[in-house]
Design a binder for this molecule. Sequence first.
Ligand SMILES: [Zn+2]
Length: 301
Amino acid sequence: MSLAFPARAIAVLALLSSAACGGSAGTSHTASSSTAARSSRIAVVTTISTLNSFVQGVGGNRVTVHSIVPVGSSPETYEPTPQSVVLVASAQILVENGAGLETWMHGLMQNARPSAPLVDCSQGLPRIGSNPHLWMDPVYAKHYVARIEAALAAVDPSHKATYERNAAAYDRRLDRLVVWIRAQLAPIPRSRRMLIVFHNAWQYYDNRFGIRTLGIIETAPGQEPNPQDFGHTIDLAKRYHVGAIFGEPEYSPKLAIALAHDAGIPVVEDLYDDSLGTNPQVDNYISMLRYDTRELVKSMR
Ligand SMILES: [Zn+2]
């Protein structure tokens, strides 16, 4: 981790502090009309972009949201930059997944020393071992929404009713998503509901929807599998007639392609979990899980 730059960080902080509030990608306001509205908005900073949808859903036009880990990057191999320090220092609310995902967050907080509260979204949910990917279960996502709602209401109590209403509406969207995912998977027999994925991000989704992650290409962040493990995963793919090998856009597709080639099955390079994508069909949590589910179901037919 490269956080030994306090003097440099402070200089960058001074340079970028105005820009940090202004860089809200995707906002449709013009510069002149947005200045007043933006200054009254609550600056929420999340760790990963997947959490942005929950904040946006609850906060609506009362908030601006930025993620520390850029879209398309992995939180598990992320290293904070001076810009991350600026972003954290400028936040009015900080939102993290918790459950050990953001190993760099403690150091970042020590550097930035923010006055903002830090919301640990997964706190209180049952964990599977040390797996932090609880947001991948859309039922658990409602817990994230509730935690964010409480934090916004505490910081901005005059709009508590708005946050309550928005959170209830977002929960209904999550309910519809769960029903939709179940319907997609309904025709797939249990024996076909097997996955080989790049990293172990699918366990909570699996448990909710009766799927099994059969194999994982990279068992520890940034660590390539040894030849025995790689060979074992190829054997599993063949033995269980797995339909495809799934890579992820934030990691090199090299290993997934090699594994799929050796197992004689297709590779799907872009399953989204730790980060949203920039493409509109994966640029928010609900569309991301719809996209992923379609890809998974295609491979299981
Ligand atoms: Zn992950």
